[in-house]
Design a protein. Structure first.
Length: 219
């Protein structure tokens, strides 16, 4: 059997990003320099080039995100999977903590009492501790609906919103609404418009930002 050309993780990643860059060029896609590492890492995580067009950014979102992370702003995610996908070493270098409250007994109990999703109850729980966190939603559109409600109430003002849930019910609408609200309120936001997304994409977007904030090329 022929020995594979690339065997080390760093070599494989570098070649993967080189391939992504070439294919985007062949497609005639030109990305804004500050957004390029985020888009490419989303493509790298999914092998889906649609993210080159459906991943959208409010003006200055990347720079605002980098400043927030360099200041040690906490990350709050809606799923344990997204939390697990964040690069621990990159967060430690920046002094960033990441949290997912969805499995806390208080949150589970509150969701049952209210007859709502645990993602909604988790936001209710987290807002009192982290009103200005980086809020990352990769699974539950109900979390985006609740996030919209909390912003309109003035209960929270996120340092960044990453809105990338996946699915068919209320997904497209909730992402568009939170992105429009972010534009209106001047809140930095990154969203995967349309049906595509997921916890893997949520982690990829965050990792690209964490790497850049820590001085590493996010690509």
């Amino acid at each position: 059997m022929r020995e594979l050309e690339f065997s080390k993780p760093a070599e494989i990643e570098a070649e993967s990003f080189a391939i992504i860059g070439r294919e985007l060029e062949e497609m005639g896609v030109s990305l804004a320099p500050e957004e390029e590492p985020v888009v490419k890492r989303a493509i790298h995580a999914t092998a889906d080039f649609d993210y080159a067009k459906n991943l959208v950014f409010t003006p200055g979102a990347v720079q605002a995100a980098l400043e927030a992370l360099r200041a040690g702003t906490a990350i709050v995610t809606d799923t344990s999977m997204a939390r697990a996908g964040l690069n621990t070493a990159a967060m430690e270098r920046l002094g960033v903590d990441a949290h997912c409250f969805i499995s806390r007994p208080e949150v589970v109990r509150r969701a049952m009492e209210l007859g709502t999703t645990r993602a909604v109850a988790a936001l209710e729980w987290g807002r009192q501790w982290y009103p200005r966190a980086v809020y990352v939603v990769g699974n539950a559109p109900t979390a985006l609906v609740k996030l919209e409600e909390l912003i309109l109430e003035g209960a929270i003002h996120p340092a960044l919103i990453v809105a990338v849930p996946v699915g068919f019910v209320n997904v497209v609408e909730s992402k568009q609404r939170i992105f429009d609200l972010a534009l209106e309120r001047g809140i930095p936001a990154i969203a995967a418009l349309g049906r595509k997304g997921g916890s893997t994409v949520a982690a990829a977007v965050c990792n690209a930002l964490l790497y850049q904030a820590g001085g590493r090329d996010g690509k």
